[in-house]
Design a protein around this ligand. Sequence first.
Ligand code: NAG
Length: 137
Amino acid sequence: MHVNSLSYVLVTLPLFFLDGPFTVFLPSNEALTKIPSEELAILKENVTLLREFLEYHIVQGAYFSGDLKDGQYLTTIHQKTPIRVGVRVDGCYRRLVEANNSPLFKADIPTKNGVIHVIDWILRPSDLSWCEGVILP
Ligand SMILES: *[C@@H]1O[C@H](CO)[C@@H](O)[C@H](O)[C@H]1NC(C)=O
């Protein structure tokens, strides 16, 4: 499995099983090449983990920067585990700048069925475990 096929699957997968628009947090090619090789090897072998990885980058509904507030949680299709987004105000516009701890590479790429945000790192359900049960401001 090449990292490019991961991107391809992420962008096309929702078309097959989601009704309506969706948001994909797509790791850049550079982000995917930064995945440690041991972790990539495990992803190749463990289909459950691969599925978890893919699902955690997909959100039902199209969320553009202008629809988001700083600190908002978006519900992924992976057991409704949330992603926390960081948004900055830029003049009269809101700009998505972060998803969990990953900086945005390019936000708001419209697609036929929603929107893609390209991120500089991958997202993991465990990203937010440090604040589990804690109500953030
Ligand atoms: C595969 O990944 C899942 C989800 O993280 C984990 O629960 C399971 O134990 C893993 N299976 C193997 C064979 O490592």
